[in-house]
Design a protein around this ligand. Structure first.
Ligand code: SF4
Ligand code: SF4
Ligand code: SF4
Length: 153
C-alpha cells in the first residue's frame, strides 16, 4: 500500500521552520517522491525524534540503488555468476559460493541468481551499505558483460 502524505507528515516535527527548504507538508511530499532523505530535516536528527526517524525509514525504505549505488542491467546480465563469487561478503558467509554452488544461508547472500539474472538479494549486506560504508566495487569490476554499474563512485 502506498505511504500516505499525512502518515509521513505526522512523523515530522511539524514546526514549519523551513530549515529543510520548505514547510513540513512540502518536506513530506519530497520524502515520498524520494527527492529528500529524512536526515535532510535537522530536527529529526535530535534524540527526541529518534523514534520518528526510525519509523520514517521503515515506511519509506531506501531503495537498493540508494543503499548500495549498484545498478544491474538485466539486458546485459548473462547470469554467469562471476559477481557472486568475487563478492567477499558472499564468500565469507557461504563458502559453497567459492565452488560455484548456491549459498547455504540464502538470507546472508548479497547477490544471487534468479531466473537467469543476478539479483541484489540483501542490499544491506553489501559493504557499500554498511554503516559506515566500506569501499567495494569488486562485482562491478569483474563483470565481463558490464552489467553492473554504480550510480555513485
Ligand atoms: S526542517 Fe523539519 S521541522 Fe523544519 S520545516 Fe522542514 S520538515 Fe518541518
Ligand atoms: S552481473 Fe555480470 S558477472 Fe554478474 S551474473 Fe550478470 S553478467 Fe555475470
Ligand atoms: S559492491 Fe562489493 S560487497 Fe557489494 S555486492 Fe558488489 S562485491 Fe559484494
Amino acid at each position: 500500500m502506498p505511504v500516505s502524505l499525512i502518515e509521513v507528515y505526522n512523523l515530522l516535527p511539524r514546526t514549519n521552520c523551513k530549515r529543510c527548504g520548505t514547510v513540513c507538508m512540502g518536506f513530506a511530499a519530497r520524502l515520498i517522491a524520494k527527492e529528500a532523505r529524512p536526515e535532510d530535516c535537522p530536527l529529526l536528527l535530535e534524540p527526541e525524534y529518534s523514534d520518528n526517524l526510525r519509523k520514517l525509514h521503515e515506511i519509506i525504505p531506501a531503495t537498493e540503488k540508494e543503499l548500495t549505488g549498484l545498478m544491474i542491467d538485466d539486458d546485459r546480465c548473462t547470469g554467469c555468476g562471476i559477481c557472486i563469487v568475487v563478492c567477499e561478503e558472499n564468500r565469507l558467509m557461504n563458502e559453497e559460493v567459492l565452488y560455484g554452488k548456491g549459498g547455504r544461508y540464502e538470507d546472508e547472500l548479497v547477490l544471487g541468481i534468479e531466473e537467469g539474472k543476478v539479483r541484489l538479494l540483501n542490499a544491506n549486506r553489501c559493504k557499500r551499505a554498511f554503516k559506515p560504508p566500506e569501499f567495494c566495487r569488486a562485482c562491478v569490476d569483474h563483470c565481463p558483460a558490464g552489467a553492473i554499474d554504480l550510480v555513485t563512485p
